[in-house]
Design a protein around this ligand. Structure first.
Ligand SMILES: [Zn+2]
Ligand SMILES: [Zn+2]
Length: 247
């Protein structure tokens, strides 16, 4: 094991990192006696997170913080249950905090809201770009939501990318355009992520990617203007900037 890392709850990925898979991936990262839970899935996922901790013999009390990558219901859905039952502190970016704690009305279309209900939860720590949470660096990568962040471990070169960057069929991509708050900003954030030296990518959707990160991201950065901003084709697809659906 790498220095200071411990067994984490879920399916092991690399030292200290485990994945609780599903439609949305939740991850646990353990180092120095503390565990961080990155994202919580839809609300029904909370109990499978608790089961994963039990199954791995990691006490829930070891969770120092729940770290949300963004406010969408498929990533924060389980947070309310975990906060209420285990008194876990919850952190997210300051720009997404009003959506997480309910100060701002959920802009998700009604039909989607019925499918994935938002359960608001109190935010203990509002994060901003450059903050440190234990060994993890907070990098603000807005676009998918205003307060989307990725969590980066500089010495381990591990990146928890939420929905700023996802994996599909061996390629890197972004979630469907209709779910983005600002595609222009989301595409710009890809270049910010490219500045990070990453060996293990842990995306919010898809499977973890070990190695070849720079080449895969360069490929996405090349494709993104045409695929997400409709620039090469001259079309207007991807310009629905006011859509905030919950994926
Ligand atoms: Zn998502
Ligand atoms: Zn999302």
């Amino acid at each position: 094991m790498a220095a200071g890392t411990q067994k984490s709850a879920g399916v092991p990925v690399v030292d200290g990192v485990a994945r609780i898979p599903g439609f949305v991936n939740c991850y646990t990262y353990s180092e120095g006696g503390e565990t961080f839970l990155i994202d919580t899935g839809i609300s029904r996922k909370a109990k499978s997170i608790v089961r994963a901790f039990k199954g791995s013999n990691v006490p829930m009390a070891r969770v120092g913080k729940i770290l949300l990558t963004h406010w969408h219901a498929d990533h924060m859905g389980g947070a309310a249950y975990l906060v209420e039952n285990f008194h876990l502190p919850l952190a997210c970016h300051v720009d997404d905090a009003p959506f997480v704690d309910g100060r701002v009305k959920d802009p998700t279309p009604l039909l989607l809201r019925l499918f994935m209900r938002i359960h608001h939860a109190p935010v203990t720590t509002s994060l901003k770009d450059g903050d440190r949470v234990g060994p993890l660096l907070v990098v603000h990568t807005p676009g998918h939501t205003p307060g989307e962040v990725v969590y980066y471990h500089p010495t381990r070169k591990i990146l928890f990318s939420g929905d700023a960057l996802v994996e599909r069929k061996g390629q890197l991509t972004m979630p469907a355009v209709r779910f983005a708050n600002s595609l222009e900003r989301a595409v710009k954030s890809l270049s910010r992520i490219r500045e990070l030296d990453v060996e293990v990518l842990l995306p919010g959707h898809g499977v973890p990617v070990k190695g070849n990160f720079a080449a895969l991201l360069d490929d996405l950065i090349k494709r993104a203007p045409a695929e997400f901003l409709g620039r090469a084709s001259g079309g207007d697809r991807g310009l629905d900037k006011d859509s905030h659906a919950a994926v």
